[in-house]
Design a protein around this ligand. Structure first.
Ligand SMILES: [Zn+2]
Length: 157
């Protein structure tokens, strides 16, 4: 979704002329319970066509795919299902956080006012982040990345 009705809120390309009221109404269209069910919230700033054309080539899709397939296989071997399908006690069993990661997750959940569902979803994303990094335990850095994926829209309020 766009950040506001005109699409330029927070952009350096063009000034946004939406009123705070219009922005609040627009963002309010996505209800909390619906947002809760979307695992990854990522803010993508608008870029000029020139910047896009001048950008150096990034990592290839093939190489990224390789890492994703490997992480998924890891999860399947560990628990017989992808991380996204973990439920209840399975999350506690397979997405074990070390002490620092646990502290970080508690602080984030409290500060961002997460529901139990949001927290569980973030835990599963953290498990995936750890799998992508080839780590057996979920560490604070993995939790920090997962937290970022659930805060983009809140930070824009
Ligand atoms: Zn706007």
């Amino acid at each position: 979704m766009n950040p506001c009705p005109c699409g330029y809120r927070g952009s350096t390309l063009k000034a946004c002329r939406c009123t705070p009221d219009q922005v609040a109404r627009y963002q309010g269209k996505l209800s909390g319970p619906l947002l809760d069910r979307i695992d990854l919230h990522i803010e993508v700033p608008a870029v000029s066509a020139q910047l896009l054309l001048d950008a150096p080539p990034g990592e290839t899709t093939d190489s990224i795919r390789g890492r994703v397939v490997q992480a998924r296989e890891h999860a399947m071997q560990r628990q017989g299902k992808p991380n996204q399908a973990l439920q209840g006690a399975e999350i506690d069993r397979h997405a074990t956080l070390d002490a620092a990661a646990l502290k970080f997750m508690h602080a984030a959940a409290e500060r961002l006012g997460w529901s139990a569902r949001s927290t569980h979803r973030a835990l599963k994303v953290a498990r995936t982040t750890a799998d992508l990094a080839g780590a057996s335990a979920v560490q604070a850095a993995h939790v920090a990345e997962a937290v970022q994926y659930r805060r983009a829209l809140h930070a824009a309020e």
